[in-house]
Design a protein around this ligand. Structure first.
Ligand code: PLP
Length: 870
């Protein structure tokens, strides 16, 4: 390595870099540290390295602390620690072991210390400190051996533990706090000694020089303390993840890297669940406004998460959603509490006596409910029952556990409530025990049963993005998704046939706009993908998605039957495909007039009933006919509330408690129920959904005598946003094959619409005008909600590109709007297209389903005409 030899000027800026246990455990990791430190040094920075103990060593030292009475066990553990450090020493091929052996000898002495048999706290603190003393010593030896002159510092000389109010002896020794202010004298004195230093995380001293431990997250906190003391240019926390994310990436692969946070937001995210950064380490740098940066040791080129002062005029946005499990709620009910002086003081005194720290509070006239985090004494003792006994004289106590606290974090939370309607709707279906809005206006927390949290977080994350409450388009704040970082950015699963046919499309647009253009090749390809799923006995095309005659003909040729929801749709199919046997048309209307059912029966079309009314009131019409019964399995799914077709709030299907009545009417009138049908919603990307529908329907069907067919509906989704994972057809095929094997007696039907045609269609429009109002820029098109109503109706997200300038770099963020006299006439919010000029052709992707067919002549503007590419 080519290292600068000259000493830096005294006032060279400081950078504090912190490395955790895994980053200091092997020689290659230390080479990595040398590279990072060397790069800073080469840029003229003075560097202070803070290290944790080698991974696992603190646990070993703790184990010695716990086994204090058992001298031989302590020695056994000690020998393991010695061997671990000697092994790394050997691997590092260092010239001398003296410094290392000095600390190991001191550790050996501690085993013979008079305080050991009783496991005194002062002894434990000194013991624990050795993990960092050893690792920093090895590190200093290695860096010096590599030619990077590095001075070893003892952190205890810099940090004095400060007793805290209500702090017990345990906290004083093993969870100490330090107060640090910038001290130019310290910085100058160090600068006189050299350019690169290494010190321990986790440790401080008491007034008398005895060792104190900083407690959990201590090494991050030490780095912060050094950052504040030296008024560093930055504190870098090097970890094994790229930074903080908008949700836990293990739960939400689409969670976005948070590139920029202010101190308060980072504090809130760290406190409410994210494990990347310990909450205690933000306060020291926040006070003195030293930026804190989280960096990925494995990918140093990534920018990480930068935490600093609040950015003035930053757009309000939800930044993250997190969850904490193991929460205990204590609900205290008292009739006498209303306006009673001192009630809260009495109950909180009981919490204090038992050393329990209260987190969230909800209060009403006769009830106060509080939450407790899973602290050590809560988990390991019967403190809760003792607390309850103490509270009994004041109130009726109920403990609710285990719970999870689900928290949405973002500055200015109260001004964003209107964007949270979809999130609130999601909670509407659950039992929420407590809601708390933090008084600092940074978080909104919902406490629910713990078992619900894992499934809830990914759904809420998607809803926050969809509602634009989480403004992921703001590139200054939101970086790439975890999925992109893990698999590379080329993971966009969306169909882009239109890129290769750009010239054709521009030629069409040159003739006239707006235009819908469909690629029949894509429709066929989608159909063949589905047809290959062996478990499905019959595929229907739900032509409500797009009834274009060419599409019907193409799908007929691919062997598809057809599903219609109106008599006019039935007639349209029959006109378009005169040779199609009526038996291959399935009629699934909802609240249709009686004549439509009669016409369908008379034509020999298969009919599905989805209410009691037709069979109860017009039963004779169905005499001698085979019918399908559409059931409501109780809950809907889909990309938006308006496309969920299950549950009492949805008008579709016969609810489970009315099925018996339906059967009785069918029997009376001699109608045969030969099929069950369920369609729970649209735009579902989870392949397991249809397995669960099949299982529910199959067990229901076993109660019927003649059911031969189970129709699982449609709803197969296609990815619309870059981060959407496509529906996994192999997984769908496997899931269906599995359930079909379990219930081989039924024929399996499905009836997708969107999946076949959505990606095959694009909407071409022309830029009419450009406008700026305040900070908002508008791009106006000659197509609006009269052509494509999905964004207005379902908040649907369609990719939008400037086709004329497809290869230009993205320009400013714009609102893409149409010419209709409605504020809701927006095709895309906060988009970054190549900078638009009047006359440019803009393409709205994935517009083949529920596009042209839902168009209107509102404002007497003709919607886009349709063109088919063969
Ligand atoms: N089947 C029924 C009964 C429907 O109501 C719908 C859509 O509304 C579909 C099938 C087709 O849904 P998708 O286009 O999401 O596949």
């Amino acid at each position: 390595m080519n290292l600068p030899t000259e000493t830096l000027p005294t006032d060279a800026p400081w950078i504090v870099v912190k490395f955790g246990g895994t980053s200091v455990s092997t020689r290659p990791r230390w080479d990595n540290i040398a590279t990072i430190v060397g790069a800073h040094r080469a840029k003229g920075k003075r560097v202070l390295i803070v290290v944790s103990a080698l991974s696992g060593i603190t646990d070993q030292l703790k184990a010695i602390g716990e086994a204090h009475a058992d001298a031989s066990r302590c020695r056994e553990l000690y020998l393991g620690i010695v061997e671990r450090h000697h092994a790394l020493y050997r691997d590092m091929q260092l010239p001398s072991r003296n410094a290392l052996d000095g600390w190991l000898a001191r550790l050996d002495q501690l085993l013979g210390d008079a305080r050991r048999p009783a496991g005194e706290l002062s002894w434990q603190a000194e013991l624990l400190a050795h993990g960092e003393l050893l690792s920093s010593t090895l590190g200093a030896l290695y860096l010096n051996a590599r030619g990077l002159t590095t001075h070893w510092l003892d952190s205890r000389e810099f940090f004095l533990a400060r007793p805290q109010p209500n702090q017990g002896a345990w906290g004083r020794w093993l969870s100490a706090s330090v107060e640090v202010a910038p001290d130019p004298a310290v910085a100058t004195a160090l600068a006189a000694r050299g350019d690169v230093f290494i010190a321990q995380g986790f440790i401080a001293r008491h007034d008398d020089g005895a060792t104190a431990i900083l407690g959990r997250g201590g090494s991050d906190t030490s780095a912060s303390y050094f950052g504040a003391l030296l008024k560093a240019e930055a504190v870098e926390i090097w970890t094994d993840v790229p930074g903080m994310f908008s949700a836990n990436p293990r739960q939400v692969p689409d969670a976005r890297l948070l590139s920029r946070l202010d101190y308060a937001e980072a504090q809130e995210i760290a406190t409410t669940g994210a494990k990347v950064l310990h909450p205690r380490c933000i306060h020291p740098v926040r006070e003195v406004r030293v930026p804190l940066v989280i960096k990925d040791t494995n990918r140093p080129e990534l920018p990480g998460t930068a935490i600093g002062p609040n950015v003035a005029h930053a757009a309000t946005s939800i930044k993250a959603i997190s969850s904490r499990k193991g929460i205990t709620l204590v609900s205290m009910e008292s009739i006498g509490m209303w306006q009673q002086v001192g009630f809260l003081a009495d109950v909180f005194d009981a919490f204090k006596r038992h050393g329990l720290s209260v987190d969230l509070i909800g209060s009403a006239e006769t009830n106060v409910t509080v939450s407790l985090d899973p602290s050590d004494n809560l988990l390991t003792s019967d403190v809760l029952s003792r607390l309850c006994a103490d509270l009994e004289p004041f109130c009726r106590v109920k403990v609710i556990a285990p719970c999870a606290a689900v928290t949405v974090v973002g500055r200015g939370m109260r001004s964003m409530l209107h964007k949270l309607s979809a999130v609130l709707a999601e909670f509407g279906a659950l039992d929420v025990h407590l809601i708390s809005q933090s008084s600092n206006n940074l978080n909104l927390t919902f406490v629910v049963d713990e078992a619900l949290a894992d499934a809830l977080i990914p759904r809420l994350h998607a809803l926050l993005i969809r509602a634009e409450a989480m403004r992921v388009d703001d590139a200054a704040v939101f970086g790439p998704s975890w999925r992109e970082l893990a698999h590379g950015a080329g993971d966009d699963a969306r169909a882009t046939w239109w890129r290769t046919r750009r010239d054709d499309l521009l030629a069409i647009a040159a003739e006239a706009t707006p235009r819908y253009v469909y690629d029949l090749g894509h429709v066929r390809a989608q159909a063949r993908g589905l047809a290959a799923i062996g478990a499905v006995d019959r595929w229907h095309y739900a032509l409500k998605a797009n009834p274009h005659a060419d599409i019907l003909r193409a799908l007929h040729a691919e062997g598809f039957a057809f599903e219609c929801v109106s008599w006019d749709e039935v007639e349209h199919v029959r006109r378009t495909l005169p040779d199609l046997p009526c038996e291959r048309i399935l009629f699934t209307p909802n609240f249709a007039p009686r004549e439509e059912y009669r016409a369908a029966l008379a034509a020999g079309v298969r009919v599905t009933l989805d209410a009691l009314h037709p069979i109860a009131e017009w039963g004779a019409d169905f005499a001698g006919h085979d019918i399908l019964l559409r059931v409501d399995l109780g809950a809907g799914r889909g990309h938006h509330d308006k496309v969920k077709t299950g549950g009492a709030q949805s008008k579709f299907g016969v609810s489970l408690d009315e099925i018996e009545a339906f059967r009785a009417h069918a029997r009376t009138h001699g109608a045969r129920i030969t099929g069950l049908h369920a369609h729970l919603g649209s735009g579902i990307l989870d392949a397991q959904h249809w397995r669960s529908v099949y299982v529910q329907m199959a067990s229901l069907a076993e109660q019927f005598n003649r059911v031969e067919v189970l129709d699982l509906g449609g709803g197969l989704g296609v990815p619309s946003r870059p981060e959407d994972a496509p529906l996994d057809l192999d997984a769908l095929a496997a899931a269906l094959a599995e359930v079909k094997q379990a219930y081989p007696q039924f024929k399996l039907w499905m009836e997708p619409g969107r999946y076949l045609v959505a990606e095959a269609g694009v909407l071409l429009a022309r830029v009419t005008q450009l406008k700026r109002k305040g900070d908002v820029r508008y791009v106006g098109l000659d197509a609006g909600m009269n052509s494509l109503i999905r964004p207005a109706l379902y908040e649907a997200w369609h990719d939008i590109v400037n086709l004329t300038r497809l290869d230009d770099a993205p320009g400013e963020v714009v609102q893409v709007v149409g010419p209709i006299c409605e504020s809701g006439d927006t095709l895309g919010n906060h988009r970054r297209l190549a900078t638009c000029a009047e006359g440019d052709v803009v393409l709205v992707a994935e517009a083949g389903a529920y596009g042209a067919v839902m168009a209107s002549r509102y404002n007497l503007r003709e919607p886009a005409a349709e063109i088919v590419l063969p």
